[in-house]
Design a protein around this ligand. Structure first.
Ligand code: FMN
Length: 279
């Protein structure tokens, strides 16, 4: 098996028939993508300004809907602001300890202001305007992560900022039509991390029509395969009081427990209050 096939097999915990590519820049890019892992523990080493500028340049090279460029990145440098943000999420110590912390925001404000400057209405004031800015921001974030990993750095996106959206917006002075998508921890990893096993392509890639008729059997196989690679220890089981100890605690048990709790109920209210029409 060649190297890309090895990495793909590691990604899914099973062999997959992937093309090999000759050594060179393309191979390096594919290797970076297949090797992705989130990092939550960092060395104290600062990230050089030029390195950060390179990551911004790579991130902002992402494609964007109609070239509208609806993204704002807020770098949190003020130690008091960083502490205030980290204190909101004490369960994620890496927010306070990573060398660089950024906030990636969808920005539908700039194009609306430009419309005022140029004397044009903003006609698409509905859910699509929010979705476009959110998608653009996600693509920029992904480029940022890939660039960081290619440069030997590591990242952890932080969607939990949206659990505290009003306070985050207050700390970073977010105006109407600008909303946080995720925070981003950046630094040089202090540990190698691990490859998180993904659902197999056969569950995610459909041909001609959507088909999840084999879901039950496929998820059992995935849960067992993933458990063989990383066994979730009992102390990490969620919501034991509500759901007890199942015979087997795999990924699907863990994730369905996680989403059985409602959170971020105030997101739509926040967005409406900050100028978005979500209809
Ligand atoms: C949009 C987004 C938000 C995330 N939010 C958090 C977060 O708040 N805290 C955290 O520790 N990890 C967060 N993560 C990291 C995911 O937990 C991680 O990507 C996932 O477990 C898969 O692991 P991997 O990235 O190492 O493959 C987030 C990832 C994404 C893409």
């Amino acid at each position: 098996m060649g190297k890309l096939a090895d990495l793909a097999a590691q990604r899914f915990g099973m062999d997959v028939d992937v093309a090999e590519v000759e050594a060179g820049p393309g191979h390096d890019t594919l290797t970076t993508l297949l090797s992705h892992r989130t990092h939550r523990r960092f060395l104290d080493d600062p990230v050089a300004e030029e390195a950060l500028n390179l990551l911004y340049a790579c991130a902002l090279s992402a494609p964007g809907k109609s070239d509208l460029q609806q993204i704002a990145i807020i770098r949190i440098r003020d130690p008091d602001k960083r502490r205030a943000i980290a204190d909101l999420m004490p369960q994620m110590a890496w927010i306070g300890t990573c060398p660089v912390f950024l906030l990636f925001c969808g920005d539908s404000r700039r194009i609306r202001k430009l419309g005022q400057l140029r004397g044009h209405d903003f006609a698409n004031d509905h859910l699509d305007a929010f979705l476009n800015a959110a998608v653009d921001t996600a693509l920029v974030m992904q480029n940022f992560i890939t660039a960081a990993e290619a440069a030997g750095l590591g990242c952890c996106p932080i969607s939990v900022v949206r659990n505290h959206i009003d306070r985050i917006a207050e700390i970073t002075n977010l105006p109407d039509h600008v909303f946080p998508v995720a925070g981003m921890c950046l630094g040089r990893p202090s540990h190698p991390g691990f490859t998180s096993t993904r659902l197999p392509p056969e569950m995610v890639v459909h041909t001609d029509q959507y088909d999840d008729s084999q879901l039950s059997a496929q998820i059992d196989a995935y849960d067992r395969r993933r458990d063989g690679i990383y066994h979730i220890p009992p102390e990490k089981y969620r919501m034991m009081a509500e759901y007890g100890t199942p015979e087997f605690y795999g990924w699907s048990e863990d994730k369905t427990r996680q989403v059985s709790v409602r959170e971020r109920d105030d997101l739509a209210a926040y967005l409406r209050c900050h100028g978005f029409c979500l209809d």
